[in-house]
Ligand binder design. Sequence first.
Ligand code: GLC
Length: 738
Amino acid sequence: MAKSPEHFWIEARKIADASEKRVSTSKNVFCGTVHYDRALIAGVPVCRMTVVPPGSAWPKSYAIDAASRQPWKTLKKPPSGLRLSWRQESESRWLVQWSITPEVQCWGLGERYGGMNLRGRVHTLFATDNDQHIESTDSLYKSIPMLTLVEGETAYAVFLDSPALQRWDLDSTRNGAVSVTLLSRRAFTLYWFESSSLPDIVAAYTHLTGRCDLPPRWSLGHQQSRWSYPTEQVVRNIAKEFRTRKIPCDAIVLDIDYMDDYRVFTISRERFPRFERLVADVSKMGFRVVTIVDPGVAKSPSDATFREGRRLNAFCTKADGSLFVGKVWPGAACLPDFINVEVRNWWGDKLDFLLSKGVAGIWNDMNEPALFGNQRPLSADARELPSDQEQLFVQHDSKGTVGHFEVRNVYGQQMALATHDAMRRARPNERLFALTRSGYAGIQRTSAVWLGDNASWFEHLRASIPMLLNVSLSGVAFCGVDIGGFGGNTDAELLVRWYQLGIFYPFCRNHCALNGRAQEPWSFGPEVEKAIRRLLSVRYRLLPYFEQLFAEHRQCGAPLMRPMAWHYPSDSTARQIDDQFMFGSDILVAPILQRGKSRRPVYLPKGRWFRFDGGPALRGGRFYDVEYRLDSTPAFVKEGAILPMASPVVHTGQLATAAITFRCFGIQAKGRYWQDDGSTLGYERGEYNDWMLSFSNHRFTSKSIHRGFEPVARPYFYETAGRRHQLRDWPPTATSTD
Ligand code: GLC
């Protein structure tokens, strides 16, 4: 007869108690197997340790990209690069420890509220719906257990691949001790990335966990959202306002009120009587429609999704097999068990309800999963995991039953996977846009993310920079926060300042809560509207540069938003800065982040810089006191850069024929220009063009690196010292030309 895990556990305890030799410290009760291996991943030496407790199966990774090639070499003993100790302290508690030098800064770890350096605190990773982001906030929506430790000019990193609760103590006692506590009874894998450059660490991590596919061009445009646009007519009016006022916008987002009683896969025909027609009409105006989808299915015999789900055993259950019922938007609700591939497929097929109506993007929300009245189902300071049977509910995958807390951190990620796979099935050659609130390591393969329910506060505008930088270093390049702030009431000044920064968020969406005042760009009068129109127009003009950066992300994992140290690793001042950032290698963004201010100190690293909006070159290596008007672009461009910029448009459908200007900064400059159709997967088959651009001795030249795409005819220019010159025969047929 097979022995139960409990049996092994009793045995393990006996052995640990009886034999000092079997344990590395007095508290280690581990008696399973450990497997060590090592590999060179994207040039970075990585050690891997897989720990399998007795009776437990080899760990299933939800993070690792199955498509990545991994040349692991098994080792007989722990690799010397692995500078940590670990032990199992109790049946469900593991401890990993190492020490850090005083200068180390701790970056990454997914979505954390606060500044960029996470050192000095304990950070719990346990997916949590929390709409009160304040200094003492711990767990948030996403859990990405990838920590990068920056030590002078180099960095090393630790990735603990387990979807159970983790507590990272990053030197809270200020003696250089770091520890990670994992509450799980199951096997896990730990990766140690040895000392390398920061870009190399991110390249290696995203080699393992995947990179985001090129987003559809429209999804890089401005998206307008609100909880909720209540009726079809309101949505039509919003669309009309954008076009009449010539404010760039590409998507209108429908929050929960498009549904009937908040029931997923329904449409309120009372408020959206001709939903399909609405989608078609606004798409003629150049808008896409994105709809929210929540996981909670109304527990009601009158609900078709509930009936089907029940028949298919698709919902999470209590240990005794009865349905688990929680409370969310539709009232009593059941949760699909997304770790089960059959449930994912079923859910994916249900999405056809929206996709077949022309909905372009899916927004997955509440997928921590959030439950009213029970947002923290396990206390943050829990020292043990309840047994599987005593956890909030149990889930079932192909290997059997597992307590929810063992896999909680992938609930949202698996819902996002169901969404992505369904969209891929429905639209095999299209680029997809899905957005998620919760996620785990590897979420970048299926979704863009936003950081949940922020508030209309300058503090949250300020926090968005370090938070998005940490998310970006955790592999997730396509990210943003609600522009204008979600909770509370925004005001004219905050909204404009938020757009000044928000035009550089990879994901750019204005969204606000039910009771907040209107915050569409025209809500605060003509001056504010004019400023926002101008700012959004800057984003749209820069979209060719955005696309080039996404192409770069696919090649090497580099995020769009990068900490200053990414490009200036030996600059110790740059390493301390988290209120400005690099957007790609050429643009430095340093916006106003405080109420009542129109000036701020901006640090320009060594080299020479130009204000984005024009002006003389400034010598770097020092701080400047910089003034920004309400319509200023809060950015600087590095001397020697060439930025591909489009002429102004109001939606991305107009971009393919818009004139392109290669803006050269300085008398010697270099740049890159990526070009493809912006909507299909053709680029995966080589249907794109990639150019190296250069400007020197008053001549503009280009070299083709790849040619596989036939662009629509459009005018091209280069611009130097404020003067534009047309490039008559561009793109050239030969490899290089004026
Ligand atoms: C959650 C989301 C928010 C959304 C609201 C209503 O709070 O985070 O963005 O508007 O639910 O669906």
